[in-house]
Structure formats: C-alpha cells, structure tokens
Design a protein around this ligand. Structure first.
Ligand SMILES: C[S@@+](CC[C@H](N)C(=O)[O-])C[C@H]1O[C@@H](n2cnc3c(N)ncnc32)[C@H](O)[C@@H]1O
Length: 268
C-alpha cells in the first residue's frame, strides 16, 4: 500500500478510489440534472438564509459554495476524500465564501455530528456508493433537527439494466450501486422520515455534458493534466484500470435508456 502511494503525487492508492481521486484531480464532481436539480433540491428542503445545511459527499464543493453564495446561510460540506475537501476549500476561497462554509473529511456512514443539528441534510450522487445505504440515510435523519429535511438526488434505474452494464459501472465507478425509485424511497421511509416527495427524471448525454461544462473550473481542469500525467506514467495499477474501463459493454452507449435521476426528500 505504502509503495503504491509513493507512485502517485496526490496519494491515489486503491482501484476503488481511482474514480474519485481522478475527479478531485480534475476539479470536477458531478450529479445528474446539474444546477437545475440542485435548485429543486434546495427548494424542496426549504433552505433559506437562516438554514444550517449539511452537504454530504460534497465533492469539490460546487453545491456547498453555491448555497452559501445564493442564500447566505451557513453550510458544512463533508467528504470521505481528503483531496475533495482540499479542492472544496480552494473553491470557497476563490468564491469569497470561506467564512460561511466549512469543509471537513467525514464518512456518510458515521457522521461526525451530534443528533438534531441541521435544518437540512442534502446529498447529490452519494448514497449510491457506500455499501450500507440504510445506515447512511439513517445518519442523515439522526443529524437533522425535528421538522427539518433530508434531500437526495440519486441516479435511478428506470428500466431493468443488463447485468454486464451493472457490473461495468460498479467496476468503473468505485463499486457504485444504483436503485430504482422505490428502492431510494424505502431508504427514507426506513429512516422514519415522513411527507416523502419523489420526482424522477430522464436525461440524455448532451444535457449532462452541458451541465458538466458549465460547472467546470477551467483553471483546475488545465492543472489536472499536469497532476494526471505523472500519476499515469508512474502507476501500472492506474494504467490497467483505465485500460479495463476503456472497453465498455455496448449497453453503455444506450445508458440513458436505463437510468435517469430522482429527487427524494423526507421530513423528520
Ligand atoms: C459522484 S461524487 C458527487 C459529488 C458532489 N455531491 C457533486 O454533486 O458534485 C460522489 C462524492 O461522494 C463522496 N463519497 C463517497 N462515499 C462517501 C462516504 N461514505 N462518505 C462521504 N463521502 C463519500 C466521494 O468522495 C465523492 O466526492
């Protein structure tokens, strides 16, 4: 392990973390539906200037900085990856919101907060990754104040996918496991949340690509190549992972036939 770490300038160490570490290095994390979906989540969780908000799996801090800037409220972003947290802090500084938004490393499965602290706990494309999804959503409910909201945006199967597609995505995307809208809804119900709202959407490659370009920080992106190339050259494990995901099953080219995204909100 230590050996592998030395191969990478920014600490890429295990195949499961390549997906996130490369995204952090590119300065871009994503969720389906882009800013429009984020706005919908904010609205359904009744976030305003007085809210205290937790953004779990904050990635490079795009949503946390956006909420702080637009609504003027206090936001905490946490992420499992140290590099994501570093990128988030850099973003907050660039956006001039570092006094209102705080970023720290933390695990969604064991949130480092007392019970009933936040008015809203949100996450975008996060619960799909940890194994114990019910534990994660129960943690969200635990740290939410009575009367507060838990809101998630998660990739959602809208048609049964071929098994090879499920397997490919899991390997390429850090053991990801998507659910149907019923599956996501059951997690909110299983955490004792009420007044549940479920909205599912289809999307397509073009609109996803446009969302990503809009949110991309071009300085981060160009710097990423300088970070990525030495990692690629020095790490055989990274090269072999890239080679494997380079040849996807044919169903990947029709992926939007099988999945879209859903906004899922419940009240404590
Ligand atoms: C697909 S990215 C989405 C990031 C961000 N929410 C966005 O919309 O841009 C998923 C994020 O969840 C984080 N993550 C995965 N598992 C986690 C866990 N157990 N606890 C906290 N964060 C986690 C990853 O490090 C990554 O930053």
């Amino acid at each position: 392990m230590e050996n592998k770490k030395q191969l990478s300038p920014e600490g890429i160490s295990e195949p499961e973390s390549y997906y996130f570490e490369l995204q952090a290095s590119w300065g871009l994390t994503k969720h389906m539906g882009g800013l429009n979906a984020t706005r919908e989540l904010i609205e359904l969780c009744y976030i305003d200037k007085d809210s205290y908000v937790l953004d779990v799996g904050c990635g490079v801090g795009i949503t946390a900085c956006h909420i702080t800037k637009e609504y003027g409220c206090k936001v905490v972003g946490i992420d499992l990856s140290e590099m994501m947290v570093k990128r988030s802090k850099e973003r907050a500084k660039r956006k001039g919101v570092e006094d209102k938004v705080e970023f720290r490393v933390g695990d969604a499965q064991d949130l480092p907060f007392n019970d009933g602290v936040f008015d809203a706990v949100i996450c975008e494309s996060v619960v799909a990754f940890p194994k114990d999804k019910q534990k994660v959503v129960s943690e969200y409910a635990r740290v939410t104040k009575p009367g507060g909201y838990v809101g998630m945006n998660e990739v959602t199967w809208i048609k049964t996918p071929p098994p090879e597609l499920v397997e490919y995505l899991s390997h390429a995307m850090a053991n990801v496991e998507f659910l149907t809208s019923d599956g996501w809804k059951e997690l909110l119900e299983g955490s004792g949340l009420t007044d549940i709202v479920v909205r599912t959407y289809k999307t397509n490659a073009l609109s996803q690509w446009i969302n990503e370009i809009r949110e991309l920080d071009f300085r981060d992106y160009s710097r990423a190549w300088y970070r990525f190339l030495p990692m690629y050259i020095k790490s055989p494990a990274l090269r072999s992972w890239i080679k494997e995901i380079w040849l996807p099953p044919k169903s990947v080219f029709h992926i939007f036939k099988y999945f879209g995204y859903g906004i899922y909100v419940g009240r404590k």
